[in-house]
Design a protein around this ligand. Structure first.
Ligand SMILES: *Cc1c(COP(=O)(O)O)cnc(C)c1O
Length: 398
């Protein structure tokens, strides 16, 4: 296998690793030759219960022989069941399902505009977003994204988005006008380099938005569904947003996304104002419900809280031994970033050769997004490889 292998299915969008994963189980995946890897990526925060979790696999297997698709024109008991579960764990009132994170954020932006224009009768449409954020690849969500590289070559962009520095309340106040309808933010920025927001800033921003009648929308596509040790990251910030978008961890790898909203905001949509062919279909709803149920049964929230402390501690001890190479470790729950002085891809590549899959998030951040079922055993395996890799890179530098 070589990196130059020509690929006709990405239109050059991915610099793919020279590795084809053909099988997965729990924390492990295998390549075509049968080589085993410890997966600390979980498909970029998707396979939260590990690969092919039996509970979800069984539920999907049964559903495959019952009904795959009917459309959103019909009553949909499985979707209702998943919706009720999400309402119960989120404290929000209603759900709308779609197929991806970008689509969820697209729906969030649409409902924010429509709520202001149809319910409040105001001509507000502008959404304030933040530097280094990532919200998706559709035209609206790439415009919302606070990184220039995703916008390159796609002009003209839709109107109505302003990006200000993450963590800066004064900057938000400065750009807000009578046209501002919402803020949209990640509480831990994922793709942008694993940056948790400070509690103080989030509280102040939330309170200010409430005073100004500006909707507070949280992109939990990566942080949601137990990733940070609570069902949603906002629950650790002590706030209840108006709109929340979710996707990655919801279906254990079966494509599904959703927005959740308060009763007040949910009334903004009316028959025909938004829609989807596939969103929340019987297979997706089954995958979502089985995932949440298995997480509850396996007491995933308390497991994540416990194991993430251990992982963070182990990484910090490791980092302390290589002060010239590793600048620090940060994150929340099982969403962790390690800041390196060298290119993070050096670590990612070296670890892969030793059978451990890691991610990067920007040029100098190694990112860990293990399945939530990760245990001490895998943490030990990871740390052994991280020591080897750090020493190798240290040698090369000498
Ligand atoms: C991955 C991600 C998205 C985009 O999700 P897709 O399913 O790839 O469209 C949006 N927001 C955040 C925070 C993400 O991490």
């Amino acid at each position: 296998m070589s990196i130059e292998t020509k690929n006709i299915t990405t239109m050059n969008n991915y610099a793919r690793w020279p590795l084809a994963i053909v099988k997965g189980s729990g924390m492990k995946v295998w390549d075509e030759k049968g080589k085993e890897y410890l997966d600390m990526t979980s498909g970029i925060g998707v396979t939260s219960l590990g690969h092919c979790p039996p509970a979800v696999s069984d539920a999907l297997g049964k559903q495959l022989d019952t009904l795959w698709h009917s459309s959103n024109l019909f009553q949909h008991p499985l979707q209702e069941k998943l919706g009720e579960k999400l309402v119960q764990i989120s404290g929000l009132a209603q759900a709308f399902f779609c197929n991806s994170g970008a689509e969820a954020n697209e729906a969030a932006i649409k409902i924010a505009r429509r709520y202001n224009q149809k319910i409040k009768g105001e001509n507000r449409y502008e959404v304030i977003t933040f530097t280094q954020s990532f919200h998706g690849r559709t035209l609206a969500t790439l415009t919302a994204t606070g990184q220039d590289k995703v916008k390159d070559g796609f002009l003209p962009l839709p109107e109505g988005f302003i990006t200000v520095p993450y963590g800066d309340l004064e900057a938000v106040k400065e750009v807000a006008t009578e046209k501002t309808c919402a803020v949209l933010l990640e509480l831990v920025q994922g793709e942008g380099g694993v940056h948790p927001a400070s509690k103080e800033w989030v509280t102040d921003l939330f309170n200010w938005c409430k005073e100004e009648g500006i909707l507070f929308m949280v992109d939990e596509v990566q942080t949601g569904i137990a990733r940070t040790g609570s069902w949603f990251a906002y629950q650790q910030y002590g706030i209840l947003p108006d709109v929340v978008s979710i996707a990655k961890g919801l279906g254990s790898g079966f494509p599904i996304g959703a927005i959740l909203a308060t009763e007040e905001v949910a009334q903004a949509f009316a028959p025909g104002s938004h829609g989807t062919t596939f969103g929340g279909n019987p297979l997706a709803a089954t995958a979502g419900y089985a995932t949440l149920q298995a997480m509850e049964e396996q007491q995933m929230l308390s497991h994540v809280k416990r194991v993430s402390v251990e992982l963070m501690h182990a990484l910090q001890q490791w980092a302390n031994q290589y002060p010239e190479q590793i600048k620090g470790v940060r994150g929340l729950g099982l969403m962790l970033g390690i800041e390196t002085t060298e290119n993070a891809d050096l670590y990612v590549t070296a670890a892969r050769e030793k059978g451990v899959l890691l991610l990067s998030a920007g040029p100098k951040v190694i990112r860990l997004l293990p399945a939530l079922i990760v245990t001490n055993k895998e943490i030990e395996q990871l740390l052994k490889v991280l020591h080897e890799v750090a020493q190798e890179i240290n040698q090369v530098n000498k």
